[in-house]
Design a binder for this molecule. Sequence first.
Ligand code: NAG
Ligand code: NAG
Ligand code: NAG
Ligand code: NAG
Ligand code: NAG
Length: 489
Amino acid sequence: MRSTSLIRRFLVMVPICLATIFVFYFTNALMDSSRDSRDFEHKCDCSKHDIPSKQDGHREIQDIPNKQDIPNRQDVPKIQDIPKKQVDLPNAGNNPNVDKIPEVPEQTDPACAPEPKDNPNVNPLSKFYSVWYDPPTQVAKRDKVTIVIWTELWDNQMRKVLPKGKGAKCLSMPNCIFSKFRNEIEEADAVLFEVSNLQKNYNASVLPKFRHPRQHWVWYHTECPGFPSINFETYRSVFNWTITYRADSDSSGAWGSLHRTYQRLKVEGVDPNKDYTKGKRKLAVWFISKCNTQANRVAYATELVKHMHVDVFGRCGKTVCAKWNVTCMPDIITQYKFYLAFENMKCKEYLTEKFWRNALANDVIPVVLGANRSDYERLAPPHSYIHVDDFKSPKELANYLMLLDKDKDQYNAYFKWKTHPPKDIPLEEGMWCNMCRELLNRCPTKRKLYTNLRGWFEGENKSMCDPMEDVKFQELQFENDRFKVASYA
Ligand SMILES: *[C@@H]1O[C@H](CO)[C@@H](O)[C@H](O)[C@H]1NC(C)=O
Ligand SMILES: *[C@@H]1O[C@H](CO)[C@@H](O)[C@H](O)[C@H]1NC(C)=O
Ligand SMILES: *[C@@H]1O[C@H](CO)[C@@H](O)[C@H](O)[C@H]1NC(C)=O
Ligand SMILES: *[C@@H]1O[C@H](CO)[C@@H](O)[C@H](O)[C@H]1NC(C)=O
Ligand SMILES: *[C@@H]1O[C@H](CO)[C@@H](O)[C@H](O)[C@H]1NC(C)=O
């Protein structure tokens, strides 16, 4: 009874071509049990229907699988519905042959259990993507993965990132290979698209022609929603995976993390008695590259400099560093007690290199404006920063900074985190390793597709970022090394 109804449901929800493969696969498997299932998948032609072919010219919306075409959550067999092979697991406590537990079928892979983050009641953002599970096949968990980097990377530094065009980027996972060779697309478990090198509008002629169902197309974007990006509407239902600074991305592309910070300290070593005021003769520094701006940070800084001295450098101030001089910024920053790590937008979890690299890694206290305090509490080392929201006004902040300037002990207290790591630091080893780990661990039959990438990235009603404050359009100007702000309507 149960099994007939299961089969019926199964046939209804599986696209016909997949069912065919499934049957075909088992026939083949019987004939040649040693065949690698991955080889077989590559022969699947049906995936080609998923992508518009070259002859289609510009893609019609109908070509894009829309939500109706994708099996919706109810149609997809739930893990509980899939008949489990009855195995009597020996009790580990009194069985010496624990190693000999019979192999469990793939569908009981814990990685394939439905994830709470995909449940709209738990995560409202999950309505912006679809998740389904392909029928359980004997597709093994991935034990090695290939990632093709399809676009150039953000600063056209592909040669630096992959000197030989191909290689392992994550030392701890040598079985995870990145390649810039586009002809390896058929082997790819994932294809990386860096957003600034994508065409603004979806253009099939510059995207891979081949796409098999196991392959993840990855949207990689390091900036917050305020930055220029692709025209989202044309890229609906194209990407399976996101890499952004946000922790709920499919894999993290954060600019820094607790894990990496404490790893770095392990290598560098920490002197618990170090006096961090030594060699710092100057008070506060701010590097800013966008001078015409409505950003909240300018209004705040304008007020702040009325009460304390801040040196302002950057493209619109005094240019002090040549673009590719990597020692220049640290040389300057380490002369200061405070670094204004003011982000250009207040977005959830948006902590950039200003915080991690410019301030924290240079042993200078970051004064932060951007994400909410609660985000910093979760993501940053404890008591390592000064958040502007803790002060009633820029004037009060200025008073506090000038107080710390005179109080060596209080100043040094902002570096105690180095010897007091928080408990349970999440694993976050940088973008390359994060991607490898997630790909290797992901349920092999799980499928995901961003049907509304804009909604996911900006949040419903753009809730991911606070709106710009209603300040007049401003322009930074400089007068005798001090900056002032000219407002004009
Ligand atoms: C698509 O990209 C190709 C190659 O860059 C370009 O020649 C063509 O004009 C683009 N099509 C559209 C509609 O932008
Ligand atoms: C880089 O910047 C440092 C510090 O400002 C300076 O001393 C050095 O000469 C610069 N190096 C180059 C190659 O310009
Ligand atoms: C910051 O917190 C406030 C109050 O909880 C909230 O309304 C706002 O959306 C949050 N902003 C961001 C960018 O997370
Ligand atoms: C990615 O999306 C495509 C297009 O809908 C789909 O065919 C494929 O199975 C998805 N891949 C994964 C790994 O989710
Ligand atoms: C977004 O805005 C719409 C229309 O104003 C409103 O109905 C909806 O509840 C809002 N959603 C959220 C999550 O605030």
